[in-house]
Design a protein around this ligand. Sequence first.
Ligand code: SAT
Ligand code: MN
Length: 597
Amino acid sequence: MSRNAMLDAWVSEVAALCGPERVHWCDGSKAEYDAMIRVMIQTGTAVPLADDTRPGSVLVRSHPADVARVEDRTYICSTNKDDAGPTNNWMAPAEMKATLTELFRGSMAGRTMYVIPYSMGPIGSPIANIGVELTDSPYVVANMHIMTRVGSAVLDVLGDGGFVRGLHSVGAPLGANDPDSPWPHNLEHKYICHFPETREIWSFGSGYGGNALLGKKCHALRIASVQARDEGWLAEHMLILKLTNPEGRVHYITGAFPSACGKTNLAMLTPTIPGWKVETIGDDIAWMKIGRDGRLRAINPEAGFFGVAPGTSEATNANAMGSLTGNAIFTNCAMTEDGDVWWEQMTDEAPEGATDWLRRPWSRGTARKAAHPNARFTVPARQCPVIAPEWEDPEGVPIDAILFGGRRTSTVPLVTEAFDWTHGTFMGATAGSETTAAAVGAVGQLRRDPMAMLPFCGYNMADYWNHWLTFEQRTSPAKLPRVYFVNWFLKGPDGKFLWPGYGENSRVLKWIVERVEGTAEAVDTPIGRVPAPGALDIDGLQLADGALERLLDVDIEGWLNEVPLIRDHFAKFGDRLPTSLAARADDLERSLLVAQE
Ligand code: SAT
Ligand code: MN
């Protein structure tokens, strides 16, 4: 019981529908977290890692049919279909609730229903937002403990106010004599549904990541994007980093990249250029509001990292490795004989004897992968060796630059500066990226992923662009962050990456903040401003012959081929498309044709 009548009524109503064996109100304590881990070990969901390698940590292995977000099962159920827009699956709220009600009926039989009151953002911060998730998964409870702020203090702040309602069931009821399975889920039915108008989430059938940890993508992006539109702020799929130059001057940068395109690596980057320092504020989500000073201020609404494990190593992200020394939950990684986890590229040498994520014997040289490509770690943000001291500042940090990016093996240069805010919005709106293993489906296909929000925008994407455009009227344009497009993934004719990436990306960040400070040179091109010859610091960097030219070159023919693709993409939005974005496509084509002559 709480002191919130709406919450109590809702919990009773859901308990009556789902029929759990018992109801547990989460207090967010360490004892509660430990109890969840114990339950998972007893039921075979988790195995403890050796205490001398990663104390307090476990490995969880999911069912192979439940390993990533299911975008084709994700719905935005607004009253009007047009309000969900052409990029979202839609069903009328009443119809969807009728279907879901039957699925949820009795779905928690034999299980405990946990009530998780959580805050996205520091408890009590003016930018924070409260939600309550009801779930029958101890894995979800333990992960929510790490990823959000959970517990009684949240109920104190909530008082009798409103909150985002998240209902989740793995959809695997148990009869009196049924054994539980290590990864209960529902093979047949999966639904991740959002009701933006009533701020509700109903998620059925999956226990994995963003499908089940409802504070993350469902609340902090899909529902929050609608709250942000209504209240005049931005909820974005962005990392937040703090960059300090050798003179000690600080800049804050956010960056939107699709899932599994290196946001965590960029947020924790170790600069290769002397005297520069990066500290982390967040690695996945930014909530941004115009502050009293007229600047766009960002908070990280999360309290932990749910990062992609494969590819993470001392060489690629030493700070992530440094965060993972204990108190971590690993999902779908391999396990070594001495009780540690392992994943592809974690070490130069693969282990000799191991158990893969499918619980099968695995050894160096085995053809299949030891870890699933979307294997994850969950770890408290405060364990990051370079977490910025101000990462929980309730006022947020003032943003100097916004990056958009994606995986593009051709056409898109290493870095381009937008001419102005509208052009920056155009860049974000037209961003494309090759798909990754973070969602179920084909990998490596080019798709438009505007602002890296394609799977996460809770309303019509054209209205969302329009909302972005309004920021020029919300403050003086000079106070808005500058906007950049970056692409670390260009390949040469030999199929090899032209840019080394990782720590070397600090060179691009350096040019960006020097642009903000007004000291770095750029040249105008039809697509935006690129570094002038010599302006990008490549001191001490060994690049292949001609690589720098290719990295900064604007491929006029390639971009002329891109224009009709941009127009096709925009055409999907009909007359909801902001006219200023259509005009920018025309401007782009015109200046490309001039440049071609
Ligand atoms: O599973 S999550 O949605 O949390 C991860 C991601 O796709 O970024
Ligand atoms: Mn993400």
